[in-house]
Design a protein around this ligand. Sequence first.
Ligand SMILES: Cc1cc2nc3c(=O)[nH]c(=O)nc-3n(C[C@H](O)[C@H](O)[C@H](O)COP(=O)(O)OP(=O)(O)OC[C@H]3O[C@@H](n4cnc5c(N)ncnc54)[C@H](O)[C@@H]3O)c2cc1C
Ligand SMILES: NC(=O)c1ccc[n+]([C@@H]2O[C@H](COP(=O)([O-])OP(=O)(O)OC[C@H]3O[C@@H](n4cnc5c(N)ncnc54)[C@H](OP(=O)(O)O)[C@@H]3O)[C@@H](O)[C@H]2O)c1
Length: 516
Amino acid sequence: MHSKNRSVVIVGAGFGGIAAAIALKKHGYENFMILEKAFDVGGTWRENKYPGCTSDVSIHYYSLSTDLKDDWDHTCEFAYNIHAYTKDIVAKNNLTSHILFGVKVISATWDATSQSYTITTEDVRSQKLSVLEANIVISAHGILHVPRYPNIPGLNDFSGPIMHTAKWDTNLDLRGKKIAVIGNGGSACQLVPYVAKTEGVQLTHFVRTRNWILPAMVAPIHRYWKWAFRHIPFLTRLFRWTMFWVFEASFYLIFKMATTRAFLMKAGKKFMNDTAPKKYRGLLEPSFPLGCRRIVFDSGYLASLHRPNVDLKEGGDIVSVDSTGIIMKTGEKLPFDVIACGTGFVTDKFPYHLRGRESTIQEFYDKHDGPLAYLGTTVPGFPNFFMINGPNTATGYTSLLHIMQLVKPILDNEVTSFEVTPKANDDYNKGLQSKLNDMVFSFCSSWYRAGHNGRNVSIFPGSALQFWWACRKIDWSHYVAVGPNAAKFSNSGLGFVPILSAVVLSASMLWWTLGN
Ligand SMILES: Cc1cc2nc3c(=O)[nH]c(=O)nc-3n(C[C@H](O)[C@H](O)[C@H](O)COP(=O)(O)OP(=O)(O)OC[C@H]3O[C@@H](n4cnc5c(N)ncnc54)[C@H](O)[C@@H]3O)c2cc1C
Ligand SMILES: NC(=O)c1ccc[n+]([C@@H]2O[C@H](COP(=O)([O-])OP(=O)(O)OC[C@H]3O[C@@H](n4cnc5c(N)ncnc54)[C@H](OP(=O)(O)O)[C@@H]3O)[C@@H](O)[C@H]2O)c1
């Protein structure tokens, strides 16, 4: 029987929070709230309003298996359409009444006596603080959310607008302006070709570390295809399924097999040389293997470098900024009206004050030189706390499978809490890091690593299928349960016979096949 009293708080209403809420509802649990500091759902896709922002993954794959959409406009979709989709699925799944908007989580503190978290929130308009309690916290606060500005001396003295791709002012009229774009990751490279087309704009792009840039897969979806997706049963699901396998294959081709990676690097280099102006080759050619950083997919960036109003400069030569522009190592002073920072996000700090049994999560992270969790989901010392898109989960939301298996017994009053053991966490992370050390990620600095050069805190060293496999079934000996039926949640307590395991496994494979 489902408990009326046991409650869940979900932090964030991006894809992660929405998916968690849908999963809870699907299992019949209604006693949950999503706390969202903004006034709308959508997370990443609400925030990133810079011109040209699209997904770089096939949109039929980059959407929820529970809510397929037949009429996407583009193969990789624009942010505004993905944002609209998140709003649609919230309405369709009756989640609106579960969301508190404009409510920022400031802290959450575990109370062992009540077996619950005391959560302090701030009303972002009035700054008024409130307190609520929840037995479970599912944190879907996002990792690419807090903008990182470049630490260039004098930046704050600049008299014109300083924009970040994730805080884009869509009302700013760029016509006739001199604009500097700093950074050449996915965000800046999507932005440049769009801004370059603005009337009278003069754009200078500053590139520091060179990235691999491969052809993008963004194309309009023909109306015949839309018709087919809408009218032919299972076609959308079949297409999604095909995309899933294409992305699974690309994991092996890029990250696992050195020969195919070498071939793709050769082809990528040719693409970059053939598409960009010859004079910029030195400023574009990466010095690390493909896949070490997130690959940039070219939605017109390299071709835009041929435009007379676009100039490419060495980002490493920026010395400082003054009120009128950027000063270079040579002493050259470049005047600008606007500085646009495509300089990424703060990825290694926990965004609110979470206190577990003994310490805060930030103290735990600092002690381990960066974010760390068991299956990217649970953390020793933090009972009933679950993360979506947590450390080393860069593959998808498969961690929800793991979370639901732990959440159900709590909400069904069988136990009051689960906490992952330090040993399970240590063993898991030792294995994970030793696999990552053999992969391409250690050959360059990137946001995948703590402080950009430390331990890899973002990537799961396997494919999405392998992450699903790791999450699909709980090893209860990795958890300490508290509560009336705690003994049931140990390996021996469940006493699975092999035949039963095989049946469960086959059923979940079938469910997964249909669900993806
Ligand atoms: C420009 C851009 C493009 C991307 N493209 C892709 C792509 O093509 N494919 C891909 O797989 N991934 C892509 N990503 C990664 C993307 O962030 C994830 O795929 C996914 O959208 C993250 O969802 P999320 O719910 O985990 O986090 P988010 O979407 O970041 O949502 C987090 C939510 O939590 C809220 N929040 C945060 N802190 C608090 C707090 N203290 N209190 C209350 N609310 C809080 C935020 O306001 C936000 O709404 C992209 C990221 C960026 C920045
Ligand atoms: N769907 C998509 O296509 C898409 C689009 C955008 C973003 N994303 C996702 O979001 C992630 C973040 O992308 P992002 O482009 O926002 O950030 P990013 O990949 O972290 O890139 C930040 C860029 O800013 C540069 N930079 C930072 N400080 C600088 C300084 N002081 N001077 C000069 N350059 C500086 C960095 O150069 P250095 O490397 O030299 O530090 C880097 O080129 C991506 O990896 C991807 O996962 C996806």
